[in-house]
Design a protein around this ligand. Structure first.
Ligand code: ADP
Ligand code: ASP
Ligand code: MG
Length: 418
């Protein structure tokens, strides 16, 4: 069972979480619980680091930001004890949860689960702080923002759990963020592949890596709400959204429990920035000169467009990078102006990426054209396009994000009936 930040925000909420955990244990299950820091706490800690030293050392950053989860894991164990349950916390370094050394974006390598399993078998509810781990050189690491989802899936895999229930502040995975589109529909099931794609393009309900890990380790994941009343159905009745394999999805469709959809979901991402390099020489090696230094600095480039060469053998190259890396990317490119040979760098952080995801696209033509038409009908200009087998993304002005998501939700027939 994993509980996110809003579910853990304050002692009153933690008491409700403890009740949900106790009810699950009372059904005869051995339970491990992974918790996030209280909502807003990680942001607060990140800000302290920025104030202390704008060029902070990621290893010390991890020491600071991992602390939010230490607090909530202890508090949940205490609250469970107050309810008469046996419970103890297991910090990332105590298990330990081994990760690679990449501070602030570490990846779980393995979890020593022996002691954990023994304690669970002895009737103790295990409480594990999410987001944190231990590097090979014995230092605290964190898994990147939203990383508690990944901790939960990794723990579930390590203890071979029957299921990993991700409790959050919405009752499942919707066709789009229900906070933007009131008519978004809850999905009974979503395939791993679609969820992976949706998460990677901005649907923050699950961290992308958690979905990849669940797919690889075959962990059964359910997304459901912790904001439930007394009479709510238990998690075992699968009231939330199950992440399923393609085969399971086919079975659900055959049984009439799911409709086969062309588009599963729409996501948006406001965290990218656009970079345009003008008058780049139009010859072999020019784009390699641009992207090699960015790759060497671990800056992820997403959408790329290279315009048709103009006269004089020159072309413009446009691409996106995470907003948090924009200043670094710009500095790197300025440094190599001579080598690359561009005229100007133009940047814009006021952009958004809107993506439409669905496995149905593999076998259906026309999904992209209906996207472009629906946006143009509302006067929304498309600045760049990228596609994968099951996804189409467009870059638009950030101010038009909500409008675009709503328009597309309606255009693909995803709106819930009134
Ligand atoms: P937690 O703190 O529990 O980890 P998050 O804030 O990380 O929760 O993720 C839950 C949020 O994800 C929801 O409140 C919702 O606004 C957002 N969200 C974005 N896309 C979707 C979607 N397709 N379905 C459900 N929720 C979504
Ligand atoms: N507290 C961490 C964050 O806000 C991890 C998580 O909640 O998943 O990113
Ligand atoms: Mg989250």
């Amino acid at each position: 069972m994993k509980f996110g930040g809003t579910s853990m925000a304050g002692t009153e909420r933690i008491r409700r979480v403890a009740n949900i955990v106790r009810a699950q244990a009372a059904r005869g299950d051995q339970v491990a619980v992974v918790v996030s820091a209280m909502a807003g706490e990680t942001d607060r800690l990140v800000n302290f680091c920025r104030e202390a030293n704008p060029l902070y050392d990621p290893a010390e950053y991890d020491v600071v930001v991992a602390s939010g989860e230490q607090v909530t894991s202890g508090l949940l164990a205490l609250t469970l004890q107050a309810l008469g349950c046996k419970s103890r916390s297991w910090l990332g370094w105590q298990l330990p949860i081994h990760t690679i050394e990449a501070h602030a974006k570490a990846r779980v390598e393995s979890i020593d689960a022996e002691a954990l399993i023994a304690s669970m078998e002895a009737g103790e509810i295990a409480v594990i702080p999410g987001f944190q781990g231990l590097s090979e050189d014995n230092r605290v690491t964190t898994l990147g923002r939203g990383g508690s989802d990944t901790s939960a899936v990794a723990v579930a895999a390590a203890i071979k759990a029957d299921r990993c229930d991700i409790y959050t502040d919405v009752d499942g995975v919707y066709t789009t963020d229900p906070r933007i589109v009131a008519k978004a529909k809850k999905q009974k099931a979503v395939t791993y592949e679609e969820m992976l794609e949706l998460a990677s393009v901005g649907a923050k309900v699950l961290q992308t890596r958690s979905v990849g890990l669940a797919m690889k380790e075959k962990v059964r994941v359910q997304v459901l709400s912790s904001f439930i009343g007394e009479g709510a159905p238990p998690a075992d009745e699968l009231p939330g959204t199950m992440i399923v394999s393609d085969e399971e999805m086919d079975e659900l469709v055959e049984k009439g429990l799911m409709e086969r959809q062309l588009v599963t979901g729409i996501a948006h991402d406001k965290n990218e920035a656009k970079v345009i390099l003008t008058r780049v020489p139009d010859r072999p090696g020019a784009v390699a000169n641009i992207f090699e230094p960015l790759a060497a600095a671990s800056i992820n480039v997403d959408m790329i467009i290279q315009n048709v060469g103009r006269d004089k053998g020159e072309t413009d190259v446009t691409f996106t990078v995470p907003q948090s890396d924009l200043a670094r990317a710009q500095a790197l490119l300025e440094d190599r102006r001579g080598e690359i040979g561009f005229n100007r760098i133009i940047t814009d952080s006021k952009i958004a990426k809107i993506s439409v995801v669905g496995v149905g696209m593999k076998s259906h033509a026309g999904v992209a054209s209906s996207m472009f038409r629906a946006l143009s009908d509302r006067g929304i200009n498309i600045q760049a396009i990228s596609t994968s087998e099951i996804k189409i993304s467009v870059m638009i002005d950030e101010d038009e994000t909500e409008l675009a998501v709503r328009v597309l939700h309606t255009a693909y027939g995803l709106d819930a009936a009134d």
